[in-house]
Design a binder for this molecule. Structure first.
Ligand code: HMG
Ligand code: MG
Length: 296
C-alpha cells in the first residue's frame, strides 16, 4: 500500500457555483452532509464572493451555519476583506483565497490586475492571521496554471513565483488549478518541476477540471512529483463562470477508483457506497439522471 492520498471535495462550491437555476440552501446543506457522511475529510461548500458576480453562492452563511459536518472540515472562498469577515462569522474550518497566474483571468474572475489581486490577497491573509480562531486553515488557489482562456500558455516560472508568494504570505496549502481542463500531463509536469523547487510538494494540491478527459493522467503526473492532495467534485459537477469552456471538476468517484486501483490508501477511508449515494443526491438536486439506479 502506498502513502495515503486525500481527496479534497469541492462539489458544493466549484461544482454548483455555475448552475444557472438557484439551488436551495437546504439542498446545498444536504449534499455537503452526504459528502461528510461518506468520510471525506475536507469539503468546500461556500463562497463569500459578490452575489452580483456569482448569484448561486449568495447563501454561503446559511449553508456553512446549517451544515452538521461531523468530523469533516468545511472550507469557503473569500475574495476580499468583506468576504473574509463574512467567512469568519461562520464556523468554517478553512478559508480559501484565490488568484490567477495570468492578467486576463485575474481581470475576468476578480475585476483586478494580477498585481492588484496579489496585494488584495496578501491583505486578506494578514487579516486572517490576526483574526482567525486557532486551528482555522488558509488555502490559496492559483488558477490557469498551464493555460489561460484569455492569455494562452502560462510560464511555469510564473506559477512557481505565485505559489511561493502565497506560501510565504501564510497559506498552509496551495491548490494549482487547471481551470479550463485542457492541460496535458507533460505540461503539468513542467509546471510542477518549477513549483516544487519553491514550495514543498506536500503543501500542494492538484485541481483538475476534466474538460479534455485528461484529469486522471494529470493526477498521475502530479503523484510523480509528490503531490498527495487532489480536488474533486462529486458526480463531476462544476465549471467556472469566468472560464469559458471549463467543464466539471474531475469526478470524486473516478479519482477514488483510480487511486485505489493504483494501490493508494485514501485519507479518511471514504465509503464508496456512501459516495455513490451522495453522487445520486447531487444528480437529483440538479435534475440529472444517469443509469437505472437514479430512477429509484
Ligand atoms: P468588484 O465589482 O470589482 O468589487 O468585484 P466591488 O467592490 O465594486 O463590489 C461590487 C459589488 O459586490 C458591491 O455591491 C459590493 O458591495 C459587493 P454594490 O455596492 O454594487 O451593491 N461585494 C460583495 N458582496 C458580498 N461579498 C463580498 C463582496 N465584495 C464585494 N465579498 C469581487 C470584485 C472580487 C468582489 C468580484 O469580482 C467577485 O466576487 N469575484 C468572484 C468570482 C468568483 O467567485 N469566481 C469563481 C471562484 S474562483 C474559481 O472557481 C477557480 C477555482 O476553482 C480554481 C480553478 O479552477 O482554477 C478556485
Ligand atoms: Mg475550479
Amino acid at each position: 500500500m502506498q502513502q495515503a492520498v486525500e481527496i479534497f471535495e469541492v462539489g458544493p462550491r466549484d461544482g454548483l457555483q455555475n448552475e444557472p437555476a438557484f439551488i436551495s440552501s437546504a439542498d446545498k446543506i444536504a449534499l455537503t452532509e452526504a459528502l461528510a457522511r461518506a468520510g471525506l475529510m475536507r469539503i468546500e461548500c461556500a463562497s463569500f464572493v459578490s452575489p452580483k458576480w456569482v448569484p448561486q453562492m449568495a447563501d454561503g452563511a446559511q449553508v456553512v451555519k446549517g451544515v452538521t459536518p461531523g468530523t469533516a472540515r468545511l472550507y469557503a472562498l473569500a475574495p476580499n476583506m468583506r468576504g473574509l469577515q463574512a467567512t469568519l462569522a461562520t464556523p468554517v474550518g478553512g478559508v480559501c483565497v484565490f488568484i490567477a497566474a495570468t492578467e486576463g483571468f485575474s481581470r475576468a474572475n476578480t475585476n483586478i490586475s494580477l498585481a492588484g489581486a496579489v496585494e488584495r490577497v496578501q491583505e486578506v491573509i494578514a487579516a486572517f492571521k490576526a483574526e482567525a480562531p486557532e486551528g482555522v486553515r488558509m488555502r490559496g488557489y492559483i488558477s490557469c496554471v498551464t493555460e489561460c482562456p484569455y492569455d494562452g500558455p502560462v510560464a511555469p516560472s510564473e506559477v512557481a513565483r505565485l505559489a511561493e508568494l502565497l506560501h510565504g504570505a501564510g497559506c498552509d496549502e496551495i491548490s494549482l488549478g487547471d481551470t479550463i481542463g485542457t492541460a496535458y500531463p507533460e505540461q503539468v509536469a513542467r509546471m510542477l518541476e518549477a513549483v516544487v523547487q519553491r514550495v514543498p510538494a506536500g503543501l500542494l494540491a492538484g485541481h483538475f477540471h476534466d474538460t479534455a478527459g485528461r484529469a486522471l493522467a494529470n493526477i498521475d503526473a502530479s503523484l510523480d512529483y509528490g503531490l498527495r492532495i487532489f480536488d474533486a467534485s462529486i458526480a463531476g459537477l462544476g465549471g467556472c463562470p469566468y472560464a469559458p469552456g471549463a467543464k466539471g471538476n474531475v469526478d470524486t468517484q473516478l479519482v477514488y477508483d483510480h487511486l485505489v486501483a493504483r494501490g493508494y490508501e485514501i485519507a479518511g477511508s471514504p465509503n464508496r457506497a456512501v459516495l455513490e449515494s451522495a453522487a445520486r443526491l447531487a444528480r437529483k438536486i440538479l435534475g440529472r439522471t444517469e443509469g437505472p439506479e437514479d430512477a429509484i
